[in-house]
Design a protein around this ligand. Structure first.
Ligand SMILES: *Cc1c(COP(=O)(O)O)cnc(C)c1O
Length: 362
């Protein structure tokens, strides 16, 4: 099948940074090659920097972001444990499903889609849950939730944050905020291909994890050997590391740290501001609550009488430009436009605004 480049502004995979893309073409390393072990160690160290953590147990899990979600729950909650989940979009909903499959007693604190997490309501939902979970950047709605009030009020509970869309796009400060465990994905603002789930867990959560998780593959006790760092007992074979992907993630992270985390965040903030301003000038209405909008993922209402899918198809066919449909109940009434990783740039903003203007005839 002939392949050609598209501009991927959907919330799925974004375009990779050139360094991460190039690394996919490097000669393949063996998973036990000492050079690969060094790359894995360096990748974990780079992940600590972007996560804002000193957590020893920080590593890329060998699967997509959802595996990070799954690993978080299977390792910390079992039958009967109370889990409070802040649900303000699709990914919060998914967390309730994953937690319930662990046998947990799940309390879902529902929010209107488009609104940020109301920390007080979440904290009031139960006096002593084992775990509180929330999505930092809800990709389904384009909403940012400040998790510091949840962290301040969590008491004995562990706090889990979904950072799939926040990491590499907006500041994530696990240690400063008081987040006990978190996961991300390689393909969103980190600007790498899909396939890895950066993950971090602190000592507090590590000590309270359950003894024998139902998942063998995602059992952090066993993965400790794979990651070496986690147990201090050296490396043992657990599964074959996806070496090509780890090398690519390493290169993407190197690119981000070279530009500087603050500069990368500022670039995302500026691109998002430009896009949201431009959409307003086209007469389009933003979906996410004002003051809580993500710069890296903008949700915009499909104008009355416009066929959402037809517009997306035309953008793809005429402009090689992909934007996302809405999620859940908003599948055909909202578009989602990502400006993630290298796409957080004024030229991508200009492209999507001009293309939308042409297709919508505005
Ligand atoms: C994309 C995403 C996920 C799932 O990640 P996959 O890589 O698709 O498995 C989870 N949470 C959020 C907030 C996401 O945006």
């Amino acid at each position: 099948m002939p392949l050609h480049a598209r501009t991927l502004l959907g919330p799925g995979p974004s375009n990779p940074y050139p360094e991460a893309q190039a690394a996919l073409g490097y000669p393949l390393l063996g998973h036990l090659d000492p050079v690969f072990i060094d790359v894995l160690d360096e990748t974990s160290e780079r992940l600590r920097q972007v996560f804002g953590t000193a957590n020893r147990r920080t590593l890329p899990l060998s699967a997509t972001g959802s595996a990070g979600m799954e690993a978080s729950f299977v390792n910390t909650v079992g039958p009967g444990d109370v889990v409070v989940v802040a649900v303000n979009g699709l990914f919060g909903q998914r967390m309730t499903d994953v937690a319930a499959r662990c046998g947990a007693e799940v309390i879902a604190v529902e929010h209107e889609w488009g609104q940020p997490v109301d920390a007080q309501r979440v904290l009031d939902a139960h006096p002593s849950p084992k775990l509180i979970a929330a999505v930092h950047a809800e990709t389904s709605t384009g909403v940012l939730s400040d998790l510091s009030d949840l962290a301040a009020g969590k008491g004995e509970a562990l706090l889990l944050a979904d950072c799939v869309t926040s990491l590499g796009g907006i500041p994530v400060r696990l240690d400063e905020t008081g987040i006990d465990l978190a996961y991300a994905g390689s393909q969103k603002c980190l600007g790498v291909a899909p396939g890895l789930a950066p993950f971090s867990i602190n000592d507090r959560a590590w000590e309270r994890r359950i003894e024998k998780p139902q998942s063998w593959y995602l059992d952090l006790g066993l993965l400790g050997g794979y990651a070496g760092e986690a147990t201090g007992s050296g490396r043992t074979y657990h599964h074959t590391a996806p070496t090509g992907m780890v090398v690519s993630l390493n290169a993407g992270l190197g690119r981000i740290l070279e530009e500087g985390l603050d500069a990368v965040h500022a670039r995302h903030a500026e691109a998002g501001r430009l896009l949201q301003e431009g959409l307003g000038e086209l007469g389009l209405e933003l979906f996410a609550a004002e003051g809580h909008r993500l710069p890296q993922l903008t949700t915009v209402r499909v104008p009355e009488g416009v066929d959402s899918a037809a517009v997306r198809r035309e953008l793809l066919e005429r402009f090689d430009l992909e934007i996302g449909a809405g999620a859940g109940a908003y599948a055909s009434s909202v578009w989602r436009i990502g400006l993630m990783g290298p796409n957080a740039a004024p030229d991508k903003v200009a492209l999507v605004l001009a293309a939308l203007k042409a297709v919508l005839g505005r």
